[in-house]
Design a binder for this molecule. Structure first.
Ligand code: FMN
Length: 160
C-alpha cells in the first residue's frame, strides 16, 4: 500500500501553456492546483524540461487565427514521434464563443497523439468574453469537470 502510494507520487503531471493575456495561464494554473503533483509551465520554458516519469501532459493555448499560437505549434511539431509513448495526453484552448472561433485544442490533441501520446479526454475549449478576457462565468466549473474526467481515467495506465 505504502509502495503503491509512493509510486503514484513519483509520477508527475505537466501542463504546457501559451497565453497572450493570461486567461489560458489562469486555466492552466487552476488545473495544476486541482490535479496536484503538477507543474504548469509556459511554452517558452518547456524546451529544457525533464520529462522523466511524466504520466500526463496537457497542452493549452488560446485560439489565434483558428489555431494554437505559433509558439505552441513550434513546440508540438518539435516533439519526436515516439516522445510521448506511454504518456496520457490532453489539450484545451481558450476562445471566443462564436460559430467561427476554430478549434486549437483539437489540433494540439492530434499533434500530441502523433508524438505517441494517448488521448485521455476529448479536446475542449473554454470561453472568454473578449479578446483580452476575462473567462466567461462558469468556465472554471467546466474546467473542474474536465479535470475530474481525466482523474477518473488516470487510474489505469495507457497502452504502449
Ligand atoms: C491575434 C489573435 C487572433 C485570435 N484569433 C481567434 C480565433 O481565430 N478564434 C477565437 O475564437 N478567438 C481568437 N482570438 C481571441 C483569443 O482566443 C483570446 O484572446 C484568448 O482566448 C485569450 O486567452 P489568453 O489570455 O490566454 O491569450 C484571437 C486573439 C488574438 C490576439
Amino acid at each position: 500500500m505504502f509502495l503503491c502510494h509512493y509510486l503514484v507520487q513519483l509520477m508527475k503531471h505537466v501542463i504546457i501553456y501559451d497565453s497572450n493575456y493570461g486567461n489560458t495561464k489562469q486555466v492552466a494554473d487552476h488545473m495544476a492546483a486541482s490535479l496536484g503533483n503538477t507543474t504548469s509551465v509556459h511554452v517558452d520554458e518547456a524546451g529544457g524540461m525533464d520529462w522523466k516519469d511524466t504520466e500526463l501532459l496537457i497542452a493549452g493555448s488560446p485560439v489565434n487565427a483558428w489555431s494554437p499560437t505559433a509558439k505552441m505549434k513550434k513546440f508540438l511539431n518539435g516533439l519526436d514521434p515516439e516522445r510521448l509513448k506511454g504518456v496520457w495526453v490532453a489539450a484545451f484552448d481558450t476562445r471566443m464563443k462564436t460559430l467561427l472561433s476554430g478549434n486549437a485544442a483539437k489540433k494540439m490533441a492530434r499533434s500530441l497523439e502523433q508524438s505517441g501520446g494517448h488521448l485521455i479526454a476529448p479536446p475542449i475549449g473554454f470561453y472568454v468574453e473578449k479578446t483580452e478576457g476575462p473567462l466567461m462565468k462558469d468556465q472554471m466549473e467546466k474546467v473542474d469537470q474536465w479535470i475530474m474526467l481525466i482523474k477518473s481515467k488516470m487510474v489505469r495506465k495507457p497502452a504502449n
